[in-house]
Design a protein around this ligand. Sequence first.
Ligand SMILES: *Cc1c(COP(=O)(O)O)cnc(C)c1O
Length: 459
Amino acid sequence: MNQSLDNKTLKQMDRDHYLHPFSNLTEMKETGSRIIERAEGVYLYDSEGTKTLDGFAGLWCVNIGYGRDELADVAAEQMKQLPYYNSFFGTTNPPAAELAALIKDVTPEGFNHVFFTGSGSESNDTVVRMVRRYWQCQEQPSKKYIIGRHNAYHGSTIAGASLGGMGYMHKQDEGLPMQFVDHIEQPYWFAEGGDLSPEEFGLQRAQKLEEKILELGAENVAAFIGEPLQGAGGVIIPPSTYWPEIQRICNQYDILLVSDEVICGFGRTGQWFGCQHFGYTPDLMSVAKGMTSGYLPMGGVIVGDKVANVLVEKGGDFNHGFTYSGHPASAAVAVANIKIIRDEELVEKAANDTGKYFREQLATFADHPVVGEVRSIGLVAAIELCANKETREFFPNQGDTGSLCRNFALQNGLVLRATADTMLFSPPLTISREEIDELIAITKQSLDFVAEHYGMSNG
Ligand SMILES: *Cc1c(COP(=O)(O)O)cnc(C)c1O
């Protein structure tokens, strides 16, 4: 693509006119932005010509890596054939129909329907509309509450931000969270587990759901929503006891179970969906991100038979949808993306091949003086930076150390993310062993740098 404007002009335009998402708008007026110009495989190239390994797959989404011409080609072809038509009022388009059937093929048994959206946030908004409509059709309209968790992320629309449990988002809007949402504590053993074993703690945190249901009255609770592992919250991997107990409680009290698979879906955990890794069966799954590997925006709610059958048999009109639901170009890209994930066995690779290698290499950092815990599944991982391994005590001014580590890594050629002092990894599922070696080497340098900063010897 030809670039007609020089970088200095672009930076100035950005600084003067672009209000960035989840950014410090005050600081950015000073610092400006880094322009990412192109990408290939797992590497990003910025306008200064700097090459950086993307250890984060964009924003947890570029599962098949950058530069896959197949996706660009199907998008171009589809745009020439039919760039847009809506799916309202009894119409569809070929890629959307094909995608719906393909999703059925890659999901666990009992998931035969999908509702298309434009993003993960829209998917979770749809979840709210859909579960409440379901209970209305079941003649239990009082079942309206949705229970989420503190430090969960479910998107940034009003409903998404409400379902999520991010204090820093709620703090900026007195209307959040909306009244129909309540939250329970999270299964974050490293930070909150105290003296309990992870298994005891997982059970205890799952039972918070039962307490909350009893407090609200089961006749008032529509659903529980959770990410299989909390992504933005810090790749928080719940203890093995957690999800089976959540499942038991949802079944016992007749509460729908919603799995927010926006990060875990389409291979991230070494299974097609995160719920398969953790061994539970949700009623609904929100998806986005890896569904198109981010090449075009698209999301969806994958609906299990229990809910879909009621909506289809009893529901009649469902007065909900988006202009871009089932967008033909996005759907064509999603089809091509899912076929690549399937045919190149990327899910299998994340579980047993390169994913296994990645997890083994990362695990070697458990002994590093500034590392409290390394946890990983498939090709997603976290390293907890802490001042004392034994007591799991964080460094003072939580967040500073994570930023220090992340900035060092970036200066040395690796994009990582830090949530407080937790370093997060989520590379493209296509990452090779050599590229993993590079990611590990820069991570090691970054950890050593943190140790040096605090005068903690690396012995
Ligand atoms: C990113 C994310 C969302 C929101 O998706 P958007 O496409 O940004 O709206 C929802 N849930 C989870 C778990 C996410 O990681």
